[in-house]
Design a protein around this ligand. Structure first.
Ligand SMILES: Nc1nc2c(ncn2[C@@H]2O[C@@H]3COP(=O)(O)O[C@H]4[C@@H](O)[C@H](n5cnc6c(=O)[nH]c(N)nc65)O[C@@H]4COP(=O)(O)O[C@H]3[C@H]2O)c(=O)[nH]1
Length: 895
């Protein structure tokens, strides 16, 4: 709607023209009127077009003059403020118009406030715009343009709908805010895998400041190519298949370089027409859970490795990698405590610089040796936040500086018993102390490392024990074969010799039996150490068992004389006196030598031949060495055959007994006989007991053989008695092996029962050394025998080491002076001294004394002179058959 200013403006020229016409009376009235009407029509057309244009503008428009009177306004203005158009006539003041708006409820304030606002806005020349919220809820945007003459024009636009749109915009902004609060990654990508939306968590972790910075990027802009390619492949699969990917585990390397695990879901995004237009992704950080899983799985794997006896180095390496997988910027290291307990050796540190691990390999344990040496010294964790400042690192700063490690936290690794096994250290490139999680990981790691190291030590121990002799610590037979094989390979290759030395200590059994096992052990250890000192570190000294040793001399010169020199050295070392308690002993050895390649080319042959040579040395009277000669093997073979034949001898009744009389030195009466065993060999004839008894002892055959002797002797004695001969005592030798048999008493009872012989006519001869093996047991057994009524005598007396005090407690009837003291009795003062000492000892202890091996009159005279009670020997009679005894006694009776 217009206010027709054009018509009003046109009326003034019309009256001026008419006046002019009247005055000037030129031109005809019609012409003028026609022109005038044409001009009016033109003006009216212009006015109508202006009015129409203004009325059709969507904004309200109003013009005010400098007196604040309305020049014109359009229909939209009236509509916006709910004022009837006719109430908005030109000339109305602004106040009047505002009052109408107040009345219509379309003002923001009362009239005065509005006028104040309008005047302030109109004060300058700058255009102003503001938003007015009407009381009816609408929002009007006002743009005010002041004119130079003080008038102004203003547009008013109802932007209620737009404001509502803005709210939608705000809401959209709120949605971004919302997703920015979500700690998970949230994103939308288009079909080309470009980010369209990304939340803050994702943006920040991708190193982008604003979420908007992510828009348009792809994974190739954010991750390593392989990882990006993996993501792209997965997403393209979702987009092409339309199948969502739910909760799949994925990892990313974040901006700090740390690996993080996610459970990702990727769902295709569809438009209203159900076309796939992109992809929505959400990824939940499961790093903590994943790490816990990795830790648990890793732990299980490592424990399995330990159980499967994997190399300790591999176990520790794996353990360090596991620790490092849990943390960022941490390098793990394990150092192992050396056997000497005062140095630390490299154990495992896969991520530490090689040069650094080499530099600290072997560092000492001490009160100021970095973190590790100090932790082991103190037996407690040592946390050093800054190695460049901490005094504990003062002496090691130069070592560590080139590698950039700044903090080092060391914890001792302890065994179950609390012994320090090593130390676990965590290095970091930054100055700091461990977090709670790191401390927990340290606890975990030291525990596992402890199990691994302890297990390894136990295995080493078992391996050592399997390959070494417990007493001397020397390699044993198992290791001997290995070392000997290696030595032979070397000799083969370089055309050298290998010397195998078989050593058997002479009379060791005697030491063991008489001085006890402890003394025997000391002797063995001493001799073992001496032998080791005599040879080079490349040679091997082995204890085969008992008193047998083997030395493998590696890489020998091909010269027997040089080998002999070494052997002399070994002999001399063995022969050095050994102090065993009060006793000073000089050990000797029988030594056999076999050389590769002359005496054999395989370990077995060389050992067997050295053994045969050693036996030869024994036969040569001990305390000497023999080089192997082929004929030695014949002897070994003979021994083997003897064993086999001995096994059959009992079954084939090849044993017989001879009896040697024992005579009372004063009366000359035969009062007893000693039963002496003989083997009637089918081809070799009568075999003396010294030839086969040691073998029978070794094989245990002495037990059934001794049983037979006992039965036969009792039977024979009873037969003599039954035949009317004067009653005799029959003396039977009992060997150590028999004496240790648990049912010895039962066997004796059986022999007596079977024969019907009274116990008092049986005497058992036990050797002095046999008793000394286990005095307590021997005394108990002897007491039991005595209770049966059986007598006991000590054979070979003087050769052993019985103490006098012990002798008093032995329930024995007789001492038998060994024939070795009798042999030279007439000439040897020492033997005389021993013999007379034994005789007087017997007298003091109220024991009878019998001399054995008496052959000459001089011997008899000496014994008589020294009041010896009895004698046995060739002087009176050699051992004879049972019939021989009968004859002898008959003769005596007759005589
Ligand atoms: N040079 C010399 N020798 C004399 C003289 N008088 C006796 N002999 C020998 O000295 C040995 C005495 O027996 P032994 O000391 O018990 O020593 C015995 C005994 O330790 C053992 N022995 C013999 N028979 C048996 C047996 O049935 N059982 C067990 N376990 N050992 C037995 O064999 C050893 C040797 O027995 P034998 O060869 O019979 O040798 C016997 C005997 O023949 C003499 O005047 N001069």
């Amino acid at each position: 709607m217009g206010t027709k200013p054009s018509r009003k403006a046109a009326e003034a020229p019309e009256s001026a023209n008419l006046a002019a016409l009247a005055k000037l009376t030129i031109a005809s009235y019609e012409t003028l009127e026609r022109d005038l009407r044409a001009r009016i029509a033109t003006l009216e057309g212009q006015a109508l077009r202006f009015e129409t244009a203004i009325d059709n503008v969507s904004q309200g428009i109003c013009f005010f003059d400098a007196d604040e009177r309305l020049i014109l306004c359009n229909r939209r203005y009236a509509e916006i403020y709910h004022i009837a158009p006719e109430q908005l006539q030109p000339g109305l003041t602004l106040r009047e118009i505002v009052e109408r708006r107040v009345a219509a409820g379309t003002s923001t304030t009362d009239a005065d406030a509005y006028l104040a606002l309008a005047r302030s806005v109109n004060s300058g020349m700058a255009p102003k715009a503001w938003t007015a919220n009407l009381t009816d809820g609408r929002t009007i945007q006002v743009c005010h343009q002041p004119m130079p003459d003080g008038s102004w024009v203003a547009t008013h636009e109802d932007i209620t709908a737009l404001a509502a749109n803005r709210q939608i915009v705000d809401e959209r902004i709120s949605l971004q805010t919302l997703i920015d609060w979500v700690p998970d990654y949230l994103w939308v990508k288009d079909t080309e895998s470009r980010f369209v939306v990304a939340n803050r968590a994702l943006s920040v972790d991708c190193g982008r400041e604003k979420t908007g910075d992510m828009i348009g990027l792809t994974d190739f802009d954010l991750h390593a190519p392989e990882l990006a390619q993996k993501f792209r492949a997965v997403e393209q699969n979702v987009l092409s298949s339309g199948q969502p990917m739910i909760d799949k585990e994925e990892f990313v390397v974040d901006a700090s370089g740390a690996v993080r695990w996610f459970s990702s879901t990727k769902v295709p995004l569809r438009n209203a027409r159900n076309d796939i237009i992109g992809l929505v992704g959400i990824a939940h950080d499961i790093t903590a859970r994943k790490q816990a899983d990795i830790l648990r799985d890793g732990q299980a794997h490592i424990l399995e490795m330990i159980a499967m006896s994997a190399l300790l180095e591999d176990v520790l390496d794996r353990l360090m990698r596991l620790v490092e997988s849990q943390l960022t910027g941490i390098f793990g290291s394990v150092l192992l405590l050396d056997k000497d307990g005062s140095h630390l050796r490299h154990g495992g540190a896969p991520s530490l610089a090689k040069d650094y691990t080499t530099a600290i390999d072997g560092i000492a344990v001490g009160p100021k040796v970095g973190s590790c040496g100090t932790a082991v010294y103190r037996r407690e964790p040592v946390i050093v936040a800054d190695v460049m400042q901490d005094p504990l690192w003062e002496d090691y700063r130069e070592v560590v500086a080139p590698f950039g490690y700044r903090s080092c936290w060391s914890t001792p690794i302890l065994s179950h018993q609390g012994a320090v096994l090593g130390v676990f250290a965590m290095y970091s490139m930054t100055v700091r102390e461990p977090t709670g999680a790191e401390t927990r990981l340290i606890d975990f790691t030291t525990r596992i490392a402890g199990i691994a190291i302890e297990r390894k030590l136990a295995e080493d121990q078992i391996h050592f024990m399997a390959n070494h002799d417990v007493l001397t610590g020397l390699p044993n037979r198992a290791l001997l074969e290995d070392r000997l094989s290696q030595a032979l390979l070397y000799a083969q290759r370089y055309d050298r010799w290998v010397t195998v030395v078989f050593i058997d200590l002479d009379n060791f059994k005697l030491v063991n039996d008489t001085l006890g096992h402890n003394a025997g052990d000391v002797l063995l250890k001493t001799v073992a150490n001496r032998m080791v000192e005599c040879v080079r570190s490349t040679d091997t000294v082995v204890r085969l068992g008992g008193d047998e040793f083997v030395i493998v001399l590696f890489d020998q010169p091909t010269n027997v004389d040089l080998i002999s020199e070494t052997l002399q050295k070994i002999r001399a070392a063995i022969a050095e006196p050994v102090h065993l308690g009060r006793h000073r002993l000089r050990a000797t050895a029988s030594i056999g030598i076999a050389n590769y390649p002359k005496d054999g080319t395989s370990p077995d042959t060389l050992l067997a031949n050295a053994d045969a040579a050693m036996y030869r040395a024994k036969e040569f009277g001990r305390d000497n060495f023999q080089f192997y000669a082929p004929e030695f093997n014949t002897r070994a073979h003979e021994k083997f055959v003897l064993q086999e034949e001995l096994r059959n001898a009992l079954a084939h009744s090849e044993f017989i007994l001879l009896y040697q009389p024992q005579v009372d030195l004063r009366s000359g009466d035969v009062f007893a006989v000693e039963a002496l065993l003989r083997w009637k060999h089918p081809t070799r004839g009568i075999v003396a007991p010294n030839t086969f008894i040691p073998t029978a002892e070794e094989t245990g055959l002495i037990v059934p053989i001794g049983d037979w002797v006992l039965h036969e002797a009792c039977r024979q004695n009873k037969a003599w008695q039954d035949a009317g001969l004067p009653p005799l005592t029959v003396c039977v030798n009992v060997s150590a092996r028999q004496f240790r048999e648990p049912n010895l008493i039962g066997r004796v009872v059986n022999a007596l029962k079977d024969s019907g012989l009274e116990a008092r006519y049986l005497e058992l001869e036990v050797t002095e050394s046999l008793i000394m093996q286990d005095v307590e047991l021997a005394v108990a057994t002897m007491n039991a025998l005595q209770n049966l009524g059986v007598q006991i005598s000590i054979d070979d007396f003087g050769t052993g080491y019985s103490s006098l005090s012990a002798l008093k407690t032995f329930p024995v009837a007789r001492l038998k002076i060994d024939k070795s003291f009798i042999k030279d009795l007439a000439v040897d003062e020492n033997d005389q001294a021993v013999a007379s000492a034994v005789i007087s000892l017997g007298q003091n202890l109220h024991l009878r004394v019998i001399a054995e091996g008496v052959e000459t009159d001089d011997q008899v005279a000496f014994l008589r002179k020294n009041n010896c009670d009895e004698m046995q020997g060739y002087h009176f009679s050699k051992p004879v058959s049972a019939q021989g005894i009968e004859k002898l006694l008959d003769g005596k009776r007759d005589g």
